[in-house]
Design a protein around this ligand. Structure first.
Ligand SMILES: N[C@@H](CCOP(=O)(O)O)C(=O)O
Length: 499
């Protein structure tokens, strides 16, 4: 069963928690108990493919779904039509004891596909199970990747409508193009005059607006989320931690039972939190290293215990991580405080009212034990892209470059030589401008526009341009709406009235 981190909501089944998205008390749903995986089951993963590994993890959390339902959802999500690499989430050895877990072979070239190809299927199944007759209105705040992946995953899915809010000037050119050209009869994309935090706060306000919920219910609509605040977004992300481990054993890079580190570039703390659940379940993870850009609110929190969002917001080369309010930290705080909803309420109310909170020394030590952290400036991000390409012939996107640099700094500082997996969250093509400039390629006469840039990068790094990105050149722009952050509720209301 699923309970809220704030303690005041009813217990729900997984299907109910997935449909609701966020708890009515403003908290996030978490599993009442975290299931364990024994060594034998883990050893069994080595011979399994990604789909079977996925079902094995999902059945532990989604125990109200039948085996057949899970198999169907997984088969529809992770297949050769959707993913350009047969392994789905392949792992590449880039240097000694250093591996990249490539999560960007899906339809939108970012790790969000790993969850957002599955969530719509879990959601549709949940709607049937719950006998839900309302249309679900999925509100999404995005700093670039979640939005496109949600649009692609939910496009034309029955009984669902998606509204994506992105920061007008806060995403890469390709990310923007991907969203504004999106086809599908149930989708809306709106640029917000503000940053990602404004969009996310706006969406959360709408979720907590009881009067609005009643108003839309009259027309048979109900809100939900496709951000990682929804448990159905988070649980699929646990799978790839197990899968990566099993692949390292299979390739004889480690022996079964050996510890590994993961380095995760993260802004909303969802990706790294999925790794935390994997660790709690029994996956031999030594450290989960949290990598940030100059919006280093997480680095500061994980090293000092003070979460202070009252700071300058930077637009960086890694825009998907340009975030100062990390939603999923709430789930970590709940687990670290031995499931204390009272403590979480206190911290979250301080964050809302004062813009900061501080955890005590005991909690800080528990957090530090698992989560070393570091951050990287844009200058160093570009230098890392360049250096890694020169030394290893491997092209990193800026988010993965942040993780790479944090991994190297951590190794030097700590002397920890545990085999390390860098969670590679996006294809370099999605951020071609930054990557080409880091590789000193922007002067080339051939680079006349975005698509020439994609082709130039393809030649340079010897990889094909992902088909869906190349096809953007022929697409029509369909979404041009822009709104002020305070007008988001009105935009939602109007969109639902015209349906
Ligand atoms: N980095 C994200 C921001 C939203 O995070 P999510 O994991 O909660 O969906 C993005 O690219 O949109």
């Amino acid at each position: 069963m699923y309970i809220s981190t704030r303690g005041a909501a009813h217990k729900l089944t997984a299907a109910q928690a997935i449909t609701q998205g966020i708890a009515p008390d403003g908290g996030l749903f978490v599993p009442e108990t975290i299931p364990a995986i024994d060594n034998e089951a883990l050893a069994g993963f080595v011979q399994l493919g990604y789909q079977e590994r996925a079902v094995a993890i999902l059945r532990l959390f989604l125990d109200d779904y039948s085996e057949k339902e899970l198999q169907n959802c997984v088969a529809g999500a992770y297949n050769a039509e959707k993913f350009s690499n047969g392994a789905i989430a392949p792992i590449t050895k880039v240097a000694d004891n250093l591996f990249a877990l490539e999560l960007w072979h899906g339809p939108t070239s970012a790790f969000k596909d790993m969850a957002l190809q599955l969530l719509p299927r879990l959601m549709s199944c949940a709607l049937k199970k719950n006998g839900e007759s309302n249309e679900i209105v999925i509100l999404v705040a995005t700093s670039g990747d979640t939005g496109k992946a949600a649009l692609e995953g939910f496009k034309d899915v029955d009984q669902t409508n998606v509204m994506v809010f992105y920061p007008e000037d806060g995403v890469s050119r390709i990310q923007r193009l991907q969203m504004i050209t999106q086809e599908g009869s149930n989708l809306k994309v709106i640029a917000v005059k503000g940053n990602f935090d404004d969009a996310q706060t706006g969406v959360k306000r709408i979720f907590n607006d009881k009067a609005l919920a009643i108003e839309i219910a009259r027309n048979n609509f109900k809100f939900s989320s496709a951000n990682s605040i929804n448990w159905g977004r988070l649980v699929p992300q646990i799978i790839y931690y197990f899968s990566a481990y099993a692949d390292l054993v299979k390739n004889k890079d480690i022996t079964m039972g050996a510890a590994v580190n993961f380095v995760v570039p993260t802004g909303n703390f969802g990706n790294i939190l999925a790794g935390y659940y994997a660790k709690r379940m029994g996956l031999p993870i030594n450290k989960l290293i949290c990598a940030s850009n100059s919006n280093n609110v997480l680095t500061d929190f994980l090293t000092t215990g003070i979460y202070d969002r009252k700071r300058q917001f930077y637009k960086t080369y890694s825009p998907s991580m340009d975030i100062l309010i990390s939603s999923n930290l709430e789930r970590l705080l709940y687990h670290i405080s031995d499931n204390s909803a009272a403590a979480v309420n206190q911290w979250m109310s301080e964050l809302n009212n004062m813009g900061e909170y501080r955890v005590d020394e005991k909690h800080l030590q528990a957090i530090k034990e698992i989560f070393p952290a570091g951050y990287v400036t844009d200058e160093d991000t570009a230098a890392t892209i360049s250096r890694v390409f020169k030394e290893h012939g491997y092209a990193l996107d800026p988010h993965t470059a942040v993780a790479w640099q944090v991994a190297e700094t951590y190794r030097l500082r700590s002397g920890d030589q545990t085999p390390t997996i860098i969670v590679s969250t996006a294809s370099p093509f999605k951020f071609n401008e930054t990557v080409l400039s880091a590789l000193n390629q922007t002067e080339s006469a051939n680079i006349t526009d975005e698509f020439a840039a994609l082709r130039h990068l393809a030649k340079l790094i010897n990889r094909p341009v992902p088909t869906a990105l190349a096809e953007l050149e022929q697409k029509t722009v369909r979404h041009t709406a822009v709104c002020n952050k305070q007008d988001m509720p009105e935009v939602v209301k109007q969109a639902l009235q015209t349906k």
